[in-house]
Design a binder for this molecule. Structure first.
Ligand code: RP5
Length: 193
């Protein structure tokens, strides 16, 4: 039997050179969010952004969430990416306790395919914003790309790296070739009807 995962004991994973303090914190409500949120962390790693990632749960570890939100700015964090699923209160409750930008990623839930997560994150009251991204992997990756854009405002080399990424992406898509349709040249079944 698996040993239960206890978020309170989850280590803070930090990817950084010694002395290089994390600029981005990636948090998620459960280990079960990692399959989605790892795509976010991978993009940050591709751009060499010092970051940390850990489990913080709004409902199961509320005190840890408060401590994390209140301490983040003092630790040098510039923005927070928070992923959660279902009744996804983590991004909003972190945003309520810090003025750092909070980027919310709705994780796809088992019962409602992430629509519950999306609505829980996006429908914030005026005055406490959470920048909300798409459900699932695309949202997790775009939150990281958005973080790169924000940090690039004060970081010329990061801006160059982001432009390079976009140029390569454009080139890759421009070079995409589709296979010939099977039975090419012959009338399709639909055409014959
Ligand atoms: C949320 O509940 C988490 O963000 C996760 O998406 C969801 C389910 O959590 P587990 O029951 O898989 O731990 O708090």
């Amino acid at each position: 039997m698996d040993v239960a995962f206890n978020p309170a004991h989850a280590p803070i994973r930090a990817a950084m050179a010694p002395g290089n303090k994390p600029r981005v914190a990636v948090v998620m409500g459960s280990k079960s969010d990692w399959d989605t949120m790892r795509h976010c962390v991978e993009v940050l790693e591709q751009f060499g952004i010092a970051h940390e990632h850990r489990v913080v749960s709004a409902h199961r570890t509320p005190q840890l969430m408060s401590d994390f939100a209140r301490d983040a700015e003092g630790r040098g964090i510039k923005l927070i990416i928070a992923g959660a699923g279902g009744a996804a209160h983590l991004p909003g409750m972190i945003a309520a306790q810090t003025t750092l930008p909070v980027l919310g990623v709705p994780v796809e839930s088992r019962s409602l395919r992430g629509v519950d997560s999306l609505l829980s994150i996006v429908q914030m009251p005026a005055g406490i914003p959470v920048a909300t991204f798409a459900i699932g992997m695309a949202g997790a990756m775009n939150a990281a790309y958005f973080a790169v854009s924000m940090l690039a405002a004060d970081d010329e080399s990061l801006g160059k790296a982001l432009k390079g990424f976009r140029e390569k992406q454009t080139a890759d898509v421009s070079a995409m070739e589709l296979p010939l349709a099977s039975g090419s040249g012959a009338a399709s079944e639909r055409d014959k009807q």
